[in-house]
Design a protein. Structure first.
Length: 321
């Protein structure tokens, strides 16, 4: 995405034209390292910007934003992270595991705030959650969500046996072993389908249909997050009930289970504020998301001719009618 497009999208998120950065006096600069396009991540970026405003930061007035999206090419992330480090930004915010790893590899001195990362300890991004060490802190997801999403999908559609696993081969979830164990206990057959870009989604679902896939699990990879509506529509087209992250149900998927994503990105602003006010990242424990929600899309169930078990509806935090 070109700089002009950056400005247009960010201006839309802020609800007003971007202001020129003040020429006199230094204001803090925050780098955003994003795996996908800014447009794909606009809701999460909007939540983060809203969080910054809650702490008194307004783009162009008392904070400057440096945007570096990898446009879905994860191989670009190390160079983009190094570029932000060379600019000597005050904080780097990294969205997703690949961005977090790239940021860690680019600098040991610039503070880094990670968000939407599953198990940053296992990934080697931080030493531990209470004592992250080094220059990184932020928010961690749960590692076991994939297996639970698979279990909920089976509860919603007991007849399903052949389940398609939609993933980005550049970023395989760490929960696969737990998913395989759950699949074995539920007598599910897991079949792996890879998509490298949104252009491949249609062909992948056609391949699933040819393979007689009965239900689909969608990875929470950032490649898919900005295209959940398209993926949910394809799942409905091919009559495949699907499960994934919490917001996937809002986009038309049958089952959504996980943490409320926008809240995590809004919370990331807290870490930025603390760091800009002098706190060291190693003094700020990594927070683990504590509230996990279940959403069931009853409209999608009706469209697919599926009767959701009452026990699952009662358990749901939200039923989308």
């Amino acid at each position: 995405m070109k700089r002009r497009q950056f400005v247009e999208v960010l201006a839309a998120l802020l609800g007003a034209p971007l202001l020129a950065i003040a020429q006199q006096g230094r204001i803090p600069r925050v780098g955003f390292l994003i795996s996908e396009t800014l447009a794909d991540q606009k809701e999460r970026v909007a939540a983060l910007l809203a969080g910054l405003r809650e702490h008194g930061y307004v783009e162009g007035k008392n904070i400057a934003i440096e945007l570096r999206p990898a446009e879905g090419n994860y191989d670009r992330l190390p160079a983009l992270a190094a570029e932000l480090a060379a600019l000597k930004v005050d904080v780097i915010i990294a969205f997703g595991a690949k961005a977090g790893i790239a940021a860690k590899g680019a600098t040991t001195t610039v503070p880094i705030v990670v968000s939407s990362i599953t198990d940053p300890v296992a990934l080697g991004i931080v030493d531990s959650l209470p004592r992250p060490g080094g220059n990184i802190t932020g928010i961690s997801n749960f590692a076991e969500l994939g297996a639970k999403q698979l279990e909920l999908l089976k509860q919603a559609v007991p007849r399903a046996v052949r389940v398609g696993i939609l993933l980005n081969p550049a970023n395989r979830p760490r929960s696969f072993e737990a998913m395989r164990a759950v699949a074995k206990s539920l007598k599910l057959e897991l079949h792996w389908f890879e998509a490298h870009s949104p252009r491949e989604f249609g062909a992948v679902f056609a391949a699933m249909a040819k393979a007689r896939i009965e239900a689909v699990w969608v990875s929470g990879d950032t490649l898919f997050q900005g295209h959940f509506r398209e993926i949910a529509a394809l799942a409905q087209k091919y009559r495949m009930p699907a499960a994934g992250r919490l917001e996937f149900a809002d986009a038309g998927g049958l089952i959504g289970y996980g943490v409320e994503d926008a809240g995590q990105f809004r919370r990331a602003a807290y870490f930025v504020d603390r760091i800009l006010k002098g706190a060291r990242p190693d003094q700020l424990p990594v927070e683990r998301a504590t509230r996990i929600e279940l959403a069931v899309n009853a409209r999608t169930a009706k469209a697919l001719g599926i009767k959701i078990p009452q026990a699952l509806l009662v358990r749901a935090d939200r039923v989308i009618d």
